[in-house]
Design a protein around this ligand. Structure first.
Ligand SMILES: Nc1ncnc2c1ncn2[C@@H]1O[C@H](COP(=O)(O)OP(=O)(O)OP(=O)(O)O)[C@@H](O)[C@H]1O
Length: 435
């Protein structure tokens, strides 16, 4: 028989005698520890005994591990502002942070060019009338809700159309190029862009008292005077040169993409085919409007910024003569474009005729391919280009004073319907990886 320990438990009047070895077996180290002070209270003893049993149990069943709980980190957001009961109706629950929601793919697709939450949005404007229709939606004239005198153009494009025509990249590129461009007097500014679930919106500069696009003006009034063409041509040349200096190739100079304000000043719109391209670099996508397409683009070879000067030449030629410089009105594919049978316009000034010959020369060595050369051309001799940018001239006073003799127009002369058809249906722009 070993040592016998006698212990009186609190609340227990009988004395229990135990064999220590037996106790050790039963209660293990807990019992041993209890013996040290000899004065521990009953519940402490129970606690230790329980612990000891637990340890034993763990040894047999190691999977019974203690569960750990992740302690929530303190919310980093500041506490909600306190409000008094009277203010309850005015109290606005703070917007949930972006992290809390997944962004749907049809919104994500157009980020960051078209933000989902914008201070300026469609509710800030009253749509007044339709200005025109583009490939993916409608352009409206709108006035600001708080200032009905301020007019804007709002381009509203359908996401569904854009996605189905695989033009997401094109639309995003258009928005970013326009937004990043510094201001220029003859380029429509993009003030803001945003998106809803179904539409993309662009808030654009609207030309004061606009008389419509150059195509409508040309259609209503017929050929423009050389004086008007000189001013509008100089304004557009200044805009194109500005784009090139900012490493942008425009690729879609045409009558429909120029809108006029009440003084006849030009404003270049629609950057759908524009591309960031460093000066001296080249690109190869065949895109644009067939009748304005330069031989370099149509050939499928690489080309650079100079193709915009060709298209400007076509535009000026149409403004005066009402016909395309090359017989391409029937073309439906870039491979069918013919750059033969050009004849110098007759019944116009020698300077204008020479300008056309130079801008529309098929051979690049003879072609006018830069602003510097255009600026120095005799047709623009009377123009001070810094005054042009200050809008010191008024093209509207010259529009309508056409001197051009329509007698000189040949068979390629376009009547209204034919002209419109060619414009609306022959637009040929497809995109590939090089775009
Ligand atoms: N800033 C503006 N001010 C006045 N009218 C405008 C403006 N922007 C567009 N418009 C009118 O809306 C029409 C369509 O606009 P725009 O060409 O920019 O649309 P789009 O969707 O880019 O068309 P596209 O199919 O030619 O790419 C224009 O021809 C013009 O009449």
């Amino acid at each position: 028989m070993g040592n016998v320990a006698t212990r009186k438990r609190p609340g227990c009047h009988h004395t229990t005698v135990r064999n220590e070895e037996n106790n050790d077996e039963e209660d293990g180290p807990a019992r041993k520890r209890l013996r040290i002070g000899e004065t521990h209270i009953e519940n402490e003893y129970q606690k230790l005994a329980f612990k000891s049993r637990l340890q034993k149990l763990k040894k047999c069943r190691p999977h019974l591990k203690r569960r750990t709980y992740k302690v929530e980190e303190a919310d980093p957001r500041p506490p909600l502002p306190r409000f008094i009961v009277d203010d309850y109706d005015n109290y606005e629950k703070p917007e949930p942070t972006r992290k809390e929601f997944a962004i749907p793919w049809f919104e994500h697709l157009f980020l960051p060019e078209f933000p989902t939450r914008s201070v300026i949005n469609e509710k800030s404007f009253i749509l007044e009338r339709q200005l025109g229709r583009g490939s993916f939606g409608v352009v409206y004239c709108a006035s600001a809700i708080h200032d009905s005198e301020r007019k804007f153009a709002i381009k509203m494009q359908e996401k569904r159309e854009i996605i189905s025509k695989r033009a997401v990249l094109q639309v995003k590129r258009e928005a970013s190029i326009q937004r990043l461009l510094p201001a220029h007097p003859f380029i429509a500014r993009t003030y803001s862009t945003w998106q809803t679930r179904t539409h993309l919106y662009s808030l654009l500069q609207y030309p004061t008292g606009s008389t419509g696009d150059l195509f409508s003006v040309w259609r209503q009034r017929g050929s423009l005077s050389e004086a008007a063409i000189r001013l509008i041509g100089a304004e557009l040349a200044s805009a194109i040169d500005f784009l090139h200096r900012n490493d942008v190739i425009y690729r879609d100079v045409k009558l429909e993409n120029v809108v006029l304000d009440q003084w006849g000043h030009a404003l270049l719109i629609d950057f759908g085919l524009a591309k960031k391209l460093k000066q001296g670099s080249s690109t190869g996508t065949i895109c644009g409007t067939l009748q304005y397409m330069s031989p370099d683009v149509a050939s499928g070879h690489t080309y650079s910024h100079y193709v915009d000067w060709w298209s400007l030449g076509v535009l000026l030629h149409i403004l005066l003569t009402g016909i395309y410089p090359y017989p391409n009105s029937e073309a439906t594919h870039h491979a069918n474009l013919k750059f033969i049978d050009y004849s110098t316009p007759i019944g116009c000034s020698r300077e204008f005729a020479n300008l056309m010959d130079r801008m529309l020369a098929v051979s690049q060595t003879h072609r006018l391919c830069s602003f510097t050369v255009l600026h120095a051309h005799p047709f623009f001799r009377t123009i001070n280009f810094s005054k042009i940018e200050q809008k010191d001239y008024t093209p509207a006073s010259e529009i309508g004073n056409a001197e051009y003799d329509t007698y000189h127009q040949n068979d390629e002369t376009l009547d209204d319907t034919l002209f419109k058809e060619n414009y609306e249906f022959d637009r040929f722009d497809y995109f590939n990886d090089r775009f």
